[in-house]
Design a protein around this ligand. Structure first.
Ligand SMILES: C[S@@+](CC[C@H](N)C(=O)[O-])C[C@H]1O[C@@H](n2cnc3c(N)ncnc32)[C@H](O)[C@@H]1O
Length: 296
């Protein structure tokens, strides 16, 4: 069998088993390609150059075992390969942290928030850092900033520590255990946050692949806004005068707007559309609080 034939057979197997995607791939072929190429030790980003390569029987056996594990455990591929890629940057991941897939990564890599940044942007907070991927990408995108990366989960922080070291960023990224903003040391010029925001109804019907991730990384209460309500209340004192907060909310725009009807925000364009990530300026948050119409 060739590499391509193995991938096509694997994709048919994944489809027949009804596995769920969304942790780095969106379809059976891409997921199968990832698993096959990784297992064979081939480059993940250049299928064309290896697609006709014959695969030895023993290697086909190793691939078959990996597909069996993907189907039997329903774990996202990244938990089996121990690696996830965001914007071309590799990250270690295991079951202690959610598989990184934030759309904020695109904004960092493509300059989507640069209009709000400038010489004043010195201190960045990645709140809810998980495996530390956004903190690393922010440090790579903005070489002059220092980044604090905070999470409530000691397990996630251990994974983040591995990634900070992997990218040699120990001097510029500080990991902090913090419940929301309780233990961080502002003021920050930029806060990035991909918080737990999945509403209770959606949590109840999540595919097994998502249930393989830490529940505290996903569950945001009845309307998904539990963490975000507290964050918007607490954020202004942690922000410098021109600071902005970039917040991912997934598919919860309707719940966000119901919870904060009077809060003007900028919706940022990502490959997922214009309603998954928003930006709010400190002045806007402060005014909303001062008007006695807090955004909560
Ligand atoms: C959706 S994940 C995002 C992880 C990472 N930023 C990413 O994009 O892959 C949410 C993270 O928030 C953390 N978390 C949940 N509740 C928290 C809290 N009260 N304070 C700080 N972090 C919290 C979880 O441990 C998890 O790592």
């Amino acid at each position: 069998m060739t590499v391509l034939e193995l991938i096509e057979a694997g994709a048919r197997q994944l489809e027949a088993a009804g596995v769920a995607y969304g942790h780095g791939t969106t379809n059976a072929f891409d997921e199968a390609a990832w698993l096959v190429l990784w297992r064979l030790g081939l480059p993940l980003d250049d299928l064309d150059s290896v697609s006709n390569k014959p695969v030895a029987q023993a290697d086909s056996g190793l691939v078959a075992t990996l597909f069996e594990a993907r189907i039997a455990t329903r774990k996202p591929a990244a938990y089996l390969t121990r690696e996830a890629w965001l914007q071309g940057v590799p990250f270690y991941v295991d079951e202690r942290a959610i598989v990184p897939r934030s759309f904020i990564a695109e904004l960092l890599a493509e300059g989507g928030i640069d209009a709000w940044l400038g010489d004043h942007t010195r201190r960045v907070l990645d709140l809810c850092t998980g495996n530390g991927s956004l903190a690393v990408l922010a440090a790579l995108a903005y070489p002059d900033v220092r980044v604090d990366a905070a999470d409530l989960s000691p397990d996630a922080l251990e994974v983040a520590r591995i990634n900070v070291a992997r990218h040699g960023l120990q001097e510029r990224i500080t990991l902090l255990a913090s419940d929301g903003l309780c233990a961080v040391r502002g003021p920050y010029d930029l806060i990035l946050c991909n918080p737990p925001y999945v509403n209770a109804q959606s949590m109840a019907t999540l595919p097994a692949e998502y249930r393989a991730e830490p529940a505290m990384a996903l569950a945001g209460g009845a309307d998904g806004m539990d963490f975000i309500r507290q964050l918007l209340r607490d954020a202004p004192p942690c922000m410098s005068e021109d600071a902005v907060l970039v917040l991912e909310i997934g598919n919860e725009r309707a719940n966000f707007e119901a919870a904060f009807p009077a809060l003007p925000v900028f919706w940022l364009d990502t490959s997922a559309g214009e309603d998954q990530v928003l930006l709010v300026e400190r002045a806007t948050l402060t005014q909303a609080l001062a008007r006695d119409r807090p955004p909560v």
